[in-house]
Design a protein. Structure first.
Length: 313
């Protein structure tokens, strides 16, 4: 049987539990490329879902998109030899925690996305790589010196500029985005702990199934209707981009060091600004640009610093 589709677990490495490793330069490069591909897929999905849910009920949209995602996954898996869905008992608990964090973060994020400009949501989410870098140092022992700690502090100052607590810019929708971000940190940390024999495609499939079922249950609070052809087209495209994001996100967190891979999430801001302007006529204000510049600058510094440390080691 061929390996599951888009499974990037490295061959020749004996299974370890949890899967903690010191990555090579090639691993870091591949993980970074996967991360950039992942955030492009997720941001395109966000823009399409924001457009669809302007007229279609939110949870109906989540359920339809989820069903389409699973269909795409199954079709690709059949062409590549099938999904790897079996789990060791130790991995089952991790999967439950990861899936729960994924479901709740998805719902919170989409609730906020309906009410906020796409670029503003993306700018707030730029704090995710900083939080991941810090979490990787705390939980996985990845090296984090005082210079990168200062960069993380500068990045969080940029987040404060974007949010501007105490002003009208910070409301319940901004809080939902922050909560979703923290849950994504938890999700990605748990992803790091799966044993090597767990396929990335299987993890993505379980996540997609759980989000679809959550949408169906929460949809009991809505009045559903038949989507128009245009709405169905938006949801279909969203499903294709989300499938790409799901699988490459799982793979990216299992290849390379988190402190190197995670900062490449910043490229999502480029997509968010372009799509927000093209599809919704949205443009970030000066405070958002200033805060995003601080956050992205901090991320670029952490990348350069990691390369310098890598050469020294």
């Amino acid at each position: 049987m061929r390996t599951p589709f888009l499974s990037f677990t490295r061959k020749g490495r004996p299974p370890a539990e949890p899967q903690v490793f010191s990555a090579s330069a090639a691993d870091n490069l591949r993980g970074s490329g996967l991360m950039m591909l992942s955030v492009a897929g997720f941001t395109c999905n966000d823009a399409l879902m924001k457009a669809a849910t302007q007229s279609l009920p939110l949870y109906e949209s989540i359920t339809i998109r989820g069903g389409l995602v699973l269909l795409v996954m199954v079709l690709i898996a059949r062409a590549r030899g099938g999904l790897q869905l079996r789990l060791a008992r130790a991995d089952a608990g991790r999967l439950l925690l990861r899936t729960g964090a994924d479901v709740v973060s998805t719902v919170l994020y989409l609730l906020a996305l309906r009410r906020m400009p796409l670029a503003d949501v993306s700018a707030i989410m730029q704090s995710l790589p900083l939080a991941m870098t810090l979490a990787a140092a705390l939980f996985f022992g990845e090296r984090l010196g005082w210079r990168r700690l200062l960069a993380i502090g500068a990045g969080f100052a940029g987040v404060l500029l974007i949010l501007r607590p105490g002003t009208g810019a910070f409301d319940q929708w901004s809080a939902l985005v922050l909560a979703a971000m923290l849950l994504i940190v938890l999700r990605d940390l748990v992803t790091r702990t799966f044993s090597a024999q767990v396929g990335s495609s299987g993890i993505a499939f379980y996540a997609g199934f759980a989000v679809m079922m959550a949408g169906a249950v929460l949809g009991l609070t809505e009045t559903w209707r038949l989507p128009s052809p245009a709405e169905m087209g938006l949801l279909t495209l969203a499903a294709l981009f989300l499938t790409l994001g799901y699988v490459t996100a799982v793979s990216s967190m299992r290849v390379g060091e988190i402190s190197v891979v995670a900062p490449f999430r910043y490229t999502s801001l480029i997509w968010a600004v372009l799509l927000g302007l093209a599809m919704f006529g949205e443009w970030p204000d000066a405070w958002t640009w200033a805060g995003a510049a601080l956050v992205v600058g901090a991320g670029i510094y952490t990348i350069l610093r990691e390369r310098q440390l890598g050469r020294a080691r």
